[in-house]
Ligand binder design. Structure first.
Ligand code: SAH
Length: 250
C-alpha cells in the first residue's frame, strides 16, 4: 500500500470536538507523529506506532513523517486545534520545499480542526462576530518589534484581536508590554477575555477590562481575546455573554 501524510488538528481538547475526518485518518494510520501532549491524546492500538517528540523540533518531526510516508507508511502528524494555525502544517510544507524532490509526489493533506480562538469565542458568546485579527504573541520565530507594530495597527484599525501563546515562563515580559501598548491605544473599559484550557476539565473563563487586566491572568494554556470598541457584555444570571455586534455605524 502506498504511504501518505495527513496533517491533522485534534481540536482544543474535548474528544467531541475532533472531526470525524481526523478520527478516520487516525483509525487508518500506521504512525502518529507530534509534540508529546498532543500524541498523548491519541488512543493506543495494535498496529499503530506513536512517535512523541519535544517542542521546537518541528522540522525534524516533519522530515521524519515524510520519510516514513516515502517508505509506504500512513502517517498522521498531529497538532492541537487546527494544524494550519501556528502549528505543524507550515512546518511540514517547509520540509517539503527544502527536502528531496520525491517528497513533492507524496500524498499530503491537511485535515482542519477547531482552533482555540473559535472554541474560546464560542464559550464566551461571539466576540469575533465582526472583523478581527489573530496574533501569535510568541517572539520565538519573529522579532518583538513586528508584534508591537501589528498590535498597534490592529488596535488603531479597531479590530477585535485573538492572541495565541500570550505568556510563557521563559518570556513573561512580552504580555506585560502587550497590555501597556493596548492601554496606550484603547480606552480602559475595553473588554478582554481570558479563556483558559477551553473544553478541558481545567477550563476557566474570565472577562475583564484593559484597565483591570493583569499579566498573571494569562498563561500558555490561555487564549486572550481583546474586543473592538463595539464589543459589549450582556449581564444575566450565570456567566455573562460577550459579543461584538455585526453592524458598525458610519
Ligand atoms: N494550532 C493550535 C494553536 C497552537 S499555539 C490551535 O489551532 O488552537 C498554542 C496556543 O493555543 C496556546 O498557548 C494557547 O494560547 C492556545 N490554546 C490551545 N489550546 C487551547 C485551549 N484548549 N484553551 C485555550 N487556549 C488554547
Amino acid at each position: 500500500m502506498s504511504g501518505w501524510v495527513r496533517i491533522a488538528g485534534l481540536g482544543p481538547g474535548d474528544a467531541a470536538l475532533v472531526t470525524p475526518e481526523v478520527s478516520d485518518a487516525l483509525a487508518k494510520a500506521t504512525d502518529v507523529v507530534g509534540y508529546i501532549p498532543y500524541v498523548a491524546r491519541v488512543a493506543e492500538r495494535a498496529g499503530l506506532t506513536l512517535h512523541a517528540s519535544d517542542n521546537r523540533v518541528e522540522i525534524d518531526r516533519s522530515q521524519h513523517a515524510l520519510q516514513m510516508a516515502a517508505e509506504g507508511k500512513r502517517v498522521v502528524v498531529v497538532s492541537s486545534g487546527d494544524p494550519g494555525v501556528f502549528a505543524m502544517a507550515s512546518a511540514v510544507f517547509e520540509a517539503v520545499e527544502n527536502g528531496p524532490v520525491v517528497w513533492r509526489d507524496l500524498e499530503i493533506s491537511v485535515l482542519p480542526g477547531i482552533t482555540a480562538m473559535l472554541a474560546a469565542s464560542a464559550r464566551a458568546g461571539a466576540p469575533l462576530g465582526h472583523d478581527f485579527c489573530t496574533i501569535n504573541l510568541s517572539d520565538n520565530l519573529k522579532p518583538w518589534g513586528l508584534i508591537e507594530k501589528r498590535l498597534r495597527l490592529a488596535a488603531q484599525a479597531d479590530f477585535a484581536m485573538a492572541f495565541y501563546n500570550p505568556r510563557s515562563k521563559s518570556r513573561p515580559e512580552g504580555f506585560v508590554k502587550t497590555l501597556e501598548i493596548l492601554r496606550e491605544e484603547c480606552e480602559p473599559e475595553r473588554l478582554i477575555l481570558f479563556a483558559r484550557a477551553v473544553s478541558t476539565p481545567d477550563e476557566a473563563l474570565n472577562i475583564s477590562t484593559l484597565g483591570e487586566a493583569t499579566p498573571e491572568m494569562a498563561d500558555m494554556r490561555t487564549m486572550v481575546i481583546v474586543g473592538s470598541s463595539r464589543t459589549r457584555i450582556i449581564e444575566r444570571q450565570g456567566p455573562p455573554i460577550l459579543y461584538t455586534p455585526r453592524f458598525t455605524p458610519e
